[in-house]
Design a protein. Structure first.
Lengths: 110, 114
């Protein structure tokens, strides 16, 4: 399984864009990059995933570098409710299991 | 859509007692996962099922833990006998097997073993 490196914590001002980086330099060619988040006292929540191309949905945008060794999750207008731990997870393919690391604790402040 | 349903939401028991956690996956999903989360170890996969068949139980800590999925709409995780170190939040998640692995998590069961 590919290993990931994420900042332990980040702060973001409410209303500003939150950019969460993830390094996954050992990702294999057929592995996706999944992003999940966990709000305090809740179960993890799927945000977005991508393989090669940049992706956008109603929650966030995902930018994947051309060499696929890193990616950035973008929350375009962070709100206080976006305060959570964000997990970058490569793989989760045919085996079906997700390996959660320590993630990045994002604090959105007024 | 009701989402993944777990019961009970909170469980307090004494050491040595049997504990049974329950999970109802999202209708139509055919993969089911049991995770455990503690401050020390983070979120760990215990076991997962595809089409009611256990695929990988390498995360199950020891023989005191067992999981079953008798049908597509119900799964249990049993701990017998329970120990204080089993205190954690246990999450169940479901997804569609194959393709994109988007898992939907339940609210979790907070287990405290005294």
């Amino acid at each position: 399984d590919a290993k990931t490196t994420q900042p332990t914590s980040m702060d973001c001002a409410e209303g500003r864009a939150a950019n969460l980086p993830c390094n996954h330099s050992t990702i294999s060619g057929n592995e996706y990059v999944y992003w999940y988040r966990q709000i305090h006292s809740q179960g993890p929540q799927y945000i977005i995933h991508g393989l090669k191309n940049n992706e956008t949905n109603e929650m966030a945008s995902l930018i994947i570098t051309e060499d696929r060794k890193s990616s950035t999750l973008i929350l375009p207008h962070a709100t206080l409710r976006d305060t959570a731990v964000y997990y970058c997870i490569p793989g989760g393919g045919s085996q079906g299991n997700l390996i959660f690391g320590k993630g990045t604790k994002l604090s959105v402040k007024p | 859509d009701a989402g993944v349903i777990q019961s009970p939401r909170h469980e307090v028991t004494e050491m040595g007692q049997e504990v049974t956690l329950r999970c109802k996956p999202i209708s139509g999903h055919n993969s089911l996962f049991w995770y455990r989360q503690t401050m020390m170890r983070g979120l760990e996969l215990l076991i997962y099922f595809n089409n009611n068949v256990p695929i990988d139980d390498s995360g199950m800590p020891e023989d005191r833990f067992s999981a079953k999925m008798p049908n597509a709409s119900f799964s249990t995780l049993k701990i017998q006998p329970s120990e204080p170190r089993d205190s954690a939040v246990y999450f169940c998640a479901s997804s569609l097997v194959g393709g994109v692995n988007t898992q939907y998590f339940g609210p979790g069961t907070r287990l405290t073993v005294l």
